[in-house]
Design a protein around this ligand. Structure first.
Ligand SMILES: *Cc1c(COP(=O)(O)O)cnc(C)c1O
Length: 388
């Protein structure tokens, strides 16, 4: 038994996207002076699979990225790391989130690489690692997060002389990596991006004096790696690009294929008379007779209520408007003039014939970002994997 609304996840596309990013990184474009990568090995990829791999399914996607050559995976919290390990992922797994108040057993039981982003997390990890010392011979490998201006997680860049020495001297932790995160990577005009890069480099230059000599430095999410090769360092951390979507408003600079498409089937067709609306609130009143089709997917499946009156779906190779109101389990589309019947295929996201609707388009039409729409594809929707 399977519901009418399903998500197809193309794992071969995700693998190809990872390889396309790797090729992009292998060839410095010299669009920046001086290229940080001159004479150095190409950066390796930490593939970001937080939030159930942006809704695509963490286990399947994690294994596909491992096959395709990712150096490391990254997720939001320990629980996500455990899901990846249970699926069979063997790559190192970096946990981004703050761990100051977390139950840390999973870090040790599942061999995760935690981020130290606060003094409290450092202390908490040091104590937990000390308790584990009979079980483990080596120190716990960690990455250190530096806050270069986003003002979210990380040690303030201008305060590290005070905060980091204690961590450098901790007996049970080893600092393998150091990273930061950009607040404005997707805004090519914003001056904070360059300021953050300079602050990060200033921190990197001061670390050895504080007793910290990490192997891996990293900073770039998808948008940052596209726009400035000076922030490639030793690793880059793409998320959205892996799923085949370029972060708006940036333009595609490498060949990517969207990995997720969302399909349904019409379950009911009916006519309305002039002057009638449809759905809750009876919106979308028309002065003409219309044919309306019901699609069995609603906001419980991750569709957004703002799609009504703004977004489109594909039926019989044509774009048809979403009308009325997006309900919990159903959505109405206007199929007037098309020869449709129950059972006909509907594409909510993806291609049909020569038409295509992407997550970027839907996000733009309702004033959000593709990230949000991807993560929201509901748990009720079965993911069907191709290219496994
Ligand atoms: C989510 C995330 C990324 C990936 O961001 P994209 O914009 O999807 O490439 C990278 N680094 C950190 C710390 C993140 O939280």
């Amino acid at each position: 038994m399977i519901r009418q609304t399903v998500a197809h996840v193309d794992l071969a596309a995700i693998e190809a996207n990872l390889k396309a990013i790797a090729s992009f990184l292998a060839v410095p474009t010299a669009n920046t002076q001086p290229p940080a990568s001159a004479g150095r090995a190409a950066p390796r990829i930490i593939a970001v699979v937080k939030a159930n791999a942006y809704g695509h399914g963490a286990g399947e996607v994690g294994l596909a990225l491992e096959r395709a050559g990712a150096a490391m995976l990254a997720c939001a919290d320990i629980e996500e790391g455990i899901v990846l390990r249970r699926a069979g992922v063997r790559l190192p797994i970096l946990v981004f989130g703050a761990l100051g108040i977390s139950d840390l057993d999973g870090v040790f039981d599942y061999e995760l690489t935690p981020t130290i982003s606060t003094p409290m997390a450092a202390q908490h990890l040091e104590e937990a690692a000390a308790r584990q010392k009979d079980r483990r011979r080596s120190r716990l490998r960690c990455h250190l997060k530096i806050d270069t201006g986003m003002n979210r997680l990380g040690f303030r860049h201008d305060n590290i002389e005070r905060t980091l020495p204690a961590i450098a001297h901790s007996a049970h932790l080893s600092i393998d990596g150091v990273y930061t995160h950009f607040a404005t990577a997707d805004d090519p005009e914003h001056p904070a991006f360059g300021e953050q890069r300079e602050r990060f480099e200033h921190v990197l230059a001061r670390l050895p004096a504080l007793g910290i000599t990490p192997n891996g430095r990293h900073a770039a999410n998808s948008a940052a790696l596209l726009r400035d090769e000076r922030v490639w360092y030793d690793f880059v951390r793409p998320g959205l690009l892996l799923y085949g979507i370029v972060p708006p408003p940036l333009a595609a600079m490498l060949p990517l294929r969207p990995a997720l498409s969302l399909h349904s089937r019409i379950v009911h067709v009916k006519g309305t008379r002039p002057g009638e609306g449809t759905g809750y609130g009876l919106h979308s009143v028309s002065d003409r007779p219309r044919t309306i089709a019901i699609v069995p997917a609603g906001y419980a499946d991750g569709l957004d209520r703002r799609m009504a009156g703004r977004a489109f779906m594909l039926v019989r190779g044509k774009r048809v408007p979403v009308i009325g109101s997006v309900c919990m389990d159903m959505t109405m589309i206007d199929v007037t003039g098309l020869d449709v019947a129950p059972g006909d295929n509907v594409v909510i996201v993806g291609a049909q014939g020569s038409e295509e609707i992407g997550m970027r388009e839907i996000a733009a039409s309702i004033g959000t970002i593709p990230y949000e729409l991807l993560c929201r594809v509901g748990t009720r929707i079965e993911r069907q994997y191709d290219g496994r």
